[in-house]
Design a protein around this ligand. Structure first.
Ligand code: PLP
Length: 420
């Protein structure tokens, strides 16, 4: 028999969301009459808007015609690569710096293959689990003894991180922007804004400091902008490339999942500027093109036609309307938490609300919310040591469910008048 990849054995516990699903199933089996409402997951719930959906249908139809049929589109339809650059980056990238993909998560996994086992890792703590877990699988994390032991000040729980990872705590004390001095030389720095799970959005001064830290330490930032379409405050940057020097030290991943509801369609992109190089002078863009050509055969043509429609003016209006819908849900959740006297951040430029339960373990709060209100949330601890004592609420849900869940939480019916 072949040997198991030892990196798989280094992964601790199960992936967060299957564990939540398991506990939900267990509760449902014990309480078959309970109407459980999910306020936890990041999966979208609302239909794809008509103009974009029509383009997906048309994309499928084209594949059925001899004149219009197309096969592999490799790094993406040229017109889509161009449109991404124009709509999201004011045309600052050439088409061969824009790589169309089947989603941001898949690209993060492939980037981890690109960087391999020989790099240091830095992550915001808490963070989207893929950054650390994927780094363990690629061998970059989890190799040696952990660098740090974490003790939660609120509840005194103790934990260790993975070796090879610099955890950058994002807490109420630092306004959810980390101390960057902990980034080691030659690191891959994962940075997500608007952040999953905290909902915090970095401002221009903070991103300027991040870019300076990356240039100083010879690091590359993997900037995850999957939620940029939720930013409403026009002073907040929607892309790391609003900081001019970022093109020398940052890759950006983004996606149509949370903006156009493409979670099940699968379409995203990565920007890999030609200015980026490795220590031996080789081009990062060149290696990325080589890697993706080797292990990826391009995003679905149907999805790419949908993506093109999402980038025209009608599509952009639809994205605005869809993200406005979820932001309204977020406002209702914030209002319910306020009525319960629970402190929270996020939900104004992001679909996530990060609620604090000082002195409590987040899995205990998760269980209590499930038992008492029949709502499923996400325990902050699942996103990293600094997530202990927090719960993530997600605004992805049908309005009637969100209103009902908020009503249960704050003890009175919730309607559009509620919220903060
Ligand atoms: N990045 C972040 C921060 C996310 O929260 C998610 C999904 O929840 C993704 C990426 C995944 O995006 P995609 O659906 O494009 O793979």
């Amino acid at each position: 028999m072949i040997k198991r990849n030892p990196n798989m054995g280094r992964l601790r516990a199960g992936y967060l969301f299957p564990e939540i699903a398991r506990r939900r199933r267990e509760f449902a089996a014990k309480h078959p009459d309970a109407k459980i409402i999910s306020m936890g997951v990041g999966n979208t719930t609302e239909p794809i808007m008509p103009h974009i959906c029509a383009a997906l249908v048309e994309g499928a139809r084209r594949l059925g015609g001899a004149e219009t049929y197309s096969g592999y589109a490799d790094e993406g339809l040229p017109e889509l690569r161009k449109a991404v650059s124009e709509v999201y980056y004011k045309g600052m990238f050439r088409a061969d710096e824009v790589f169309i993909s089947d989603g941001a998560k898949c690209d993060i996994g492939r980037l981890q293959t690109l960087f391999g086992a020989g790099v240091n890792i830095a992550v915001q703590d808490p963070s989207y689990p893929v950054y650390v877990d994927g780094s363990v699988i690629s061998g970059a994390a989890g190799r040696e003894k952990p660098d740090a032991i974490f003790e939660c000040e609120d509840c005194h729980s103790e934990d260790t991180g993975y070796g090879g990872v610099s955890y950058l705590p994002c807490t109420p004390e630092n306004n959810y922007f980390p101390d960057l001095s902990a980034i080691k030389n030659d690191s891959v720095v994962y940075f997500c804004s608007p952040n999953n799970p905290t909902g915090a959005v970095a401002n221009k001064a903070q991103l300027t400091a991040l870019v300076s830290a990356a240039l100083r330490t010879g690091s590359i930032i993997v900037y995850d902008a999957a939620y940029s379409a939720y930013i409403r405050n026009t002073d907040l940057p929607k892309t790391i490339y609003e900081i001019p020097l970022a093109r020398k030290c940052a890759i950006e991943v983004n996606s149509f999942s949370k903006s156009a509801g493409f979670t099940g369609v699968r379409l995203g992109w990565s920007i890999v500027p030609k200015d980026l190089s490795f220590s031996d002078g080789e081009s990062v863009n060149g290696d990325w093109a080589r890697l993706t050509a080797t292990v990826f055969n391009g995003a679905s043509n149907i999805a790419q036609y949908g993506g093109l429609a999402a980038l025209d003016s009608e599509g952009q209006e639809e994205i605005r309307a869809l993200t406005d819908f979820y932001l309204e849900n977020a406002r209702l959740i914030r209002g319910a938490l306020k009525a319960m006297n629970i402190g929270s951040i996020g939900g104004d430029n992001s679909p996530y609300i990060w609620a604090r339960f000082p002195g409590r373990l987040s899995w205990d709060v998760f269980e209590e919310l499930l038992e008492k209100y029949h709502v499923v949330t996400t325990p902050g601890r699942g996103f990293g040591p600094a997530g202990e004592s927090f719960i993530r609420f997600s605004a992805f849900g049908h309005r009637s469910d969100i209103e009902e869940a908020c009503g249960r939480l704050c003890g009175h019916p919730v309607s559009r008048q509620c919220g903060d």
